[in-house]
Design a protein around this ligand. Structure first.
Ligand SMILES: Cc1ncc(COP(=O)(O)O)c(C=O)c1O
Length: 380
């Protein structure tokens, strides 16, 4: 049987990882500034993570949500403390798309309304509603198209206010990333997030903060949306949550009441996934990774801004992007194949940096020097 060929692949086979480094089948070492697409939050094969999962697997890996799973309660408790949302409620699932799907569904249940507002350049996942709320026609199948989603310009408070004045009583939810990832590292302004909060409150709509990529400490705060100083009604999470173990979830504000059968999943919140997620939070706490991400991100951005060829360096914490002028279009490819450093991209010309939250200064310096070397090679 062949694999269904949906991914353009780099000709590299990774067989081993440790911290911010991975190795291929030929023994070549690579520095990982991509974090496997913002997923590796505490570094590859972190010893505490490996120990916690192995220990759990030797006890029990899975049983269904029809029995008590104290690990879920422990995870909810720890998540509440570290995120500062102690009075929120936790629903666990398996991926980012599923988290957003459940968030929008829940918003529709509690408001009894159908309309969702999403924004230009957004990415919320590939399940039915999540993909409909994603601003990319190419990945929306005919069956997913719906008039229930309205796209408005990102960071445009006026458009949002006008939309609410005309349709406020139909809006179930507004969904936005705090920092757009796939869209190219675009920061939601504090004013914009505050306006979403105010308009949702005024019109009894639900503010959904998509923290799948920008959340879980990546920005230097637990949720990048927190920089605006207002709370969302629902936060979605996934990527960094399990450091590669598939787990997602939503944090749900106390005013939203649960009813039996409203949401559900077979695999979500299983023993092994909870052990992985707890290990991640324990490392985030023990290694003070929120403040580390904040400081290391500032350092990297400052170093990048000193490189004159790079344009529009932006980001927060360890979610960083910059534009690469057309004449240096092979920079990312050369970083990978000549300097052996993984980075991310966003079309058409953005390099995205999404390393593990415990990346070290010497690794940051390695990246900066490699960029300088490749730009100099290109100029010569
Ligand atoms: C902001 C955001 N939301 C949702 C998703 C979907 O997550 P998943 O691929 O785990 O379904 C992604 C994935 O890149 C994302 O970046």
């Amino acid at each position: 049987m062949k694999l269904f060929d949906v991914y353009p692949l780099n000709d590299i086979t990774i067989t081993k990882g440790n911290g911010s480094y991975v190795w291929d089948d030929k023994g070549q070492e690579y520095l990982d500034f991509y974090g496997g697409h913002a997923v590796i939050s505490i570094g590859h094969t972190h010893p505490h993570y490996v120990h916690r999962i192995t220990e759990q697997l030797n006890k029990i890996g899975f049983y269904s949500n029809s029995i008590k799973i104290p690990l879920q309660v422990e995870l909810a408790d720890k998540l509440g403390k570290i995120s500062g949302k102690e009075d929120y409620q936790l629903f666990l699932c398996n991926s980012g798309a599923e988290a957003n799907e459940n968030a929008m569904k829940l918003a529709s249940f509690v408001t009894g309304r159908k309309k969702i507002v999403a924004f230009s350049k957004s990415f919320h996942g590939r399940t039915s509603l999540a993909v409909a709320a994603t601003d990319n026609e190419q990945i929306v199948a005919p069956v997913n198209r719906t008039d229930n989603i309205t796209f408005l310009p990102f960071n445009d408070v006026d458009s949002l206010s006008i939309y609410f004045s005309n349709h406020g009583d139909e809006v179930a939810a507004v969904i936005t990333e705090g920092i757009q990832g796939v869209g190219g590292i675009n920061l939601a302004s504090e004013e914009f997030l505050q306006a979403i909060r105010a308009l949702c409150t005024q019109h009894r709509a639900i503010y959904i903060a998509d923290g799948v990529q920008c959340g879980y400490g990546r920005s230097g705060k637990f949720f990048s949306h927190d920089y605006a100083g207002v709370n969302a009604d629902i936060y979605s999470m996934a990527k960094g949550m399990g450091n590669g173990f598939p787990i997602g979830g939503i944090l749900i504000a106390p005013h939203i009441e649960a009813k039996y059968s409203m949401l559900g999943t077979t695999f979500g919140g299983n023993h092994l996934a909870c052990a992985a997620a707890l290990a991640v939070l324990e490392v985030i706490e023990n290694e003070a990774l929120l403040s580390h991400a904040h400081h290391m991100g500032d350092y990297i951005m400052q170093e990048l801004r000193n490189i004159p060829e790079l344009e529009n360096v932006r980001g927060r914490g360890l979610m960083i992007g910059f534009d690469v002028p057309a004449q240096y279009k092979d920079l990312r490819k050369n970083l990978l194949f000549k300097q052996h450093i993984f980075t991310g991209e966003a079309k058409p010309n953005v390099i995205r940096l999404l390393p593990a939250l415990n990346i070290q200064k010497e690794d940051a310096d390695k990246l900066i020097n490699a960029i300088k070397t490749e730009l100099a090679n290109n100029n010569s």
